[in-house]
Design a protein around this ligand. Structure first.
Ligand SMILES: Cc1cc2nc3c(=O)[nH]c(=O)nc-3n(C[C@H](O)[C@H](O)[C@H](O)COP(=O)(O)OP(=O)(O)OC[C@H]3O[C@@H](n4cnc5c(N)ncnc54)[C@H](O)[C@@H]3O)c2cc1C
Length: 379
């Protein structure tokens, strides 16, 4: 396995052992993970980040490394390449003291605190790395169809995010295709009509899965044409950008006939897979696998708390609605602040329980918050 790590300016006072667990481990490396890490590092919590090594098939840095220009992240009036934006976030995390480890987390045990994690290739019990709190920022993977030409024209006419890429010059006043029949497909198709000359929606079956209101809106839109029982099977272009798409009839009774239409864009809107496999049913998720976050314990508003105390979730792994870099970063900030508060209260709790349990023993605050964590009573 290939791996590398960057040392933080001041090494964490913990070593990740059961006796001296890390205060907090961040799993992931997209905008949510780095924002959380920057806040945690500035709070002197010495975060350790496992950024992944092609985890879920995506490079460290996350989904933005798969795109070209990002035009909607504040602070970059002329836009910025997705990979460069992520490099900058990574540098900022390291600058403030995050230790980044280029390994993929393969296994997590949340059954008791301190939590245990294992990286790929080191999955024996004695190789566990311990932490008092965990931030999950493993993102989601956009589903794509794979057919001839789909990789060649990826990001040169083919995308999985209309909100992100729809306004790009290569799509303006052009004929575009949206693939999918759910609410997201309907929403993305209607969004694209702002820029496109025409939007073809390719639906695999003869019915839309979208809600009635979205379906009605879609079918009534003058720029939209819905094609039932249809899927793209080949992307054709001039070597630079997509120009045509072959569409196949998918109906059970149909001929399987293939026709070619002129199109300069294909947008996949066939769903996302939240990257939660590593959790193995240890945390509450919704029916589609997204990690559930709980209402804030005091305000009742949104929070990054999950069903497991001490585990916080941020970014696309818990968001199937907004799915943007800036919203991922925003929830990364929430996760760090919720985590910081949890660790403070947990340290106070440990200090109190330790004092009660061993009144005759002098224990410093620091020892109580780390070494005693596994033995301490938790609520
Ligand atoms: C093609 C495309 C273009 C986009 N363009 C824009 C845009 O222009 N503007 C915008 O705001 N948004 C855009 N988005 C959406 C944006 O990229 C996401 O909303 C955002 O990246 C989500 O951030 P995240 O931090 O939740 O996680 P992600 O970016 O999904 O990153 C998660 C990271 O965690 C890693 N990981 C997963 N499992 C593990 C594990 N077990 N161990 C270690 N690491 C792990 C993954 O490999 C990945 O690198 C685009 C998305 C796509 C797909």
């Amino acid at each position: 396995m290939s791996s590398a790590s960057l040392a933080s300016p001041s090494p964490p006072p913990s070593d990740g052992s059961a006796a001296n667990p890390h205060p907090v481990i961040v799993v992931g490396s997209g905008p949510a993970a780095h924002t959380a890490a920057i806040y945690l590092a500035r709070a002197e919590l010495h975060p350790i980040m496992y950024e992944g090594f092609m985890a879920t098939g995506i490079a460290a840095g996350g989904q933005l490394t798969t795109t070209t220009e990002v035009e909607n992240f504040p602070g970059f009036p002329d836009g910025i390449m997705g990979s460069e934006l992520m490099d900058r976030m990574r540098k900022q995390s390291v600058h403030h003291g995050t230790k980044i480890i280029t390994e993929t987390v393969a296994k997590i045990d949340l059954s008791k605190r301190p939590f245990k994690i294992w990286v790929e290739g080191e999955e024996e019990d004695h190789q566990a790395i311990y932490c008092r709190a965990l931030i999950l920022a493993t993102g989601a993977t956009a589903k794509r169809l794979h057919f001839p030409g789909a990789d060649e024209y990826w990001q040169r006419g083919i995308s999985a995010c209309a909100v992100c890429d729809g306004a790009a010059p290569i799509f303006r006043n052009k004929t575009l295709i949206v693939v999918g029949g759910g609410d997201s497909a309907a929403e993305e198709a209607i969004f694209l009509t702002k820029y496109a000359k025409k939007v073809h929606v390719m639906v695999r079956r003869d019915v839309l899965r979208a809600s009635k209101v979205m379906a009605t809106r879609l079918l009534a839109h003058p720029k939209v044409e819905v094609h039932w029982n249809s899927l793209p099977v080949k992307a054709l272009g001039n070597g630079k950008v997509l120009t045509h798409v072959e569409i196949q009839d998918t109906s059970a009774t149909g001929s399987g006939e293939v026709r070619t239409i002129e199109a300069n864009g294909i947008f996949f809107a066939i769903g996302h897979t939240p990257n939660t496999a590593v959790l193995r049913d240890q945390i509450a998720t919704d029916a589609t696998g997204y990690v559930k976050t709980l209402p804030h314990p005091e305000s009742g508003g949104p929070s990054a708390h999950t069903s497991v105390k001490g585990v916080f979730a941020c970014g696309d792994v818990q968001d199937k609605v907004y799915r943007q870099a800036i919203s991922a970063a925003g929830t990364g900030c929430m996760a760090a602040l919720d985590c910081e508060r949890f660790l403070t209260e947990d340290s106070e709790h440990l200090a109190n329980t330790t004092t009660v349990a061993a009144p005759d023993k002098t224990v410093t605050g620091n020892e109580k918050s780390t070494s005693d964590a596994p033995k301490a009573k938790t609520s």
